[in-house]
Design a protein around this ligand. Structure first.
Ligand code: C5P
Length: 300
């Protein structure tokens, strides 16, 4: 096989509950991931060494050196297989970079699936999930897709059945936010308030809304413990969220660590209208309609 193509979705967190800071610098989470129809494509071609090239939107913001998560994924897979392999990885980026939508994690998941195929390793999904968890907290979910609850750092996943398709609009921001800095700001705000940080709990009403496909109930129960921190770092996101609510969004939330804002729409037509309203009023320079849940990293 000389070339393999994999499509990988972005995610939004419909619940992101952040527990106390752990000794290893991470936080225990209850993280309800939902994969949405904004996709990066990862192509892996036969080569002597492991390289990466990034095309498409925001490609200039993605490192192509050892900091690239797709390169690290390919290397980790080769190491797991106990041999030296090469692959030229070409990433077509649609998922915002450092946008709170797991764009880097998607590329890592895509590289794992693509190289597993290109190199004829035939490793089972469980092995890929284990390697994924070492690469980053969100990488296992990018492999899995659908809707799932993540606990631990977010890497221990339990799939959730959903009762239908949800329609979303994502308002893209200029410039990204570093995930680590948003968590650090969250810790700082919590320390300043002096309140005890509760152990994160799954929201039963949110589970029910996902299970029955009730967009109105889901909109009412969206929550993100990182939102206050992201808004502190990017105050201009607050009016963007307000504008979406004014245009009938059932829920408006910062996606993960931000700065992308996510709006839940009533249906596909409302999502298109909402995206148009957000851009024409200047509340967002780019707004993308998408739906979820969708499959995780998939060979095409
Ligand atoms: O796992 P990942 O590399 O994606 O995490 C990036 C950063 O986000 C970590 O270095 C940490 O600062 C923060 N993080 C956290 N708790 C988590 C997941 C991520 O504090 N559960």
């Amino acid at each position: 096989m000389s070339s393999v193509t994999v499509r990988v979705p972005a995610k939004v967190n419909v619940q992101l509950s952040v527990g106390p800071l752990r000794e290893d610098g991470y936080h225990d989470l209850v993280n309800v991931f939902h994969a949405v129809s904004i996709f990066d494509e990862v192509v892996a071609k036969e080569s002597e060494s492991i390289t990466v090239q990034v095309n498409g939107k925001w490609s200039d913001q993605v490192p192509t050196d050892d900091g690239n998560l797709a390169i690290r994924a390919a290397r980790a897979l080769a190491k797991h297989a106990g041999r030296t392999y090469g692959a030229d990885l070409v990433i077509q980026k649609e998922i915002p970079v450092a946008g709170g939508m797991a764009g880097g994690s998607a590329d890592a998941a895509g590289a794992l699936v693509a190289c597993n195929e290109l190199w004829g390793l035939g490793l089972p999904f469980e092995d890929l999930m284990e390697i994924a968890g070492d690469l980053g907290s969100d990488v296992p979910f990018s492999l899995l897709g659908g809707t799932a609850v993540g606990t631990g750092r977010g890497e221990q996943l339990c799939e959730l059945p959903t009762g239908g398709t949800f329609h979303w609009v994502f308002a893209l921001a200029d410039g990204g936010l570093s995930t680590a800095s948003v968590y650090a700001e969250c810790d700082r705000l919590r320390a300043a308030s002096g309140a005890e940080v509760p152990w994160p709990q799954l929201n039963d009403s949110l589970m029910e809304a996902l299970g029955t496909g009730d967009a109105y109930a889901l909109g009412a129960h969206l929550s993100n413990d990182l939102q206050a921190a992201a808004l502190n770092l990017r105050p201009e996101l607050a009016p963007t969220l307000d504008s979406g609510r004014q245009h009938g969004a059932l829920g408006a939330i910062v996606s993960g660590s931000g700065p992308t804002c996510a709006f839940l729409a009533i249906d596909a037509t409302h999502a298109r209208d909402l995206a148009l309203s957000l851009t024409t009023t200047g509340a967002a320079h780019t707004a993308v309609a998408a739906h979820g849940p969708v499959q995780g990293a998939t060979l095409v």
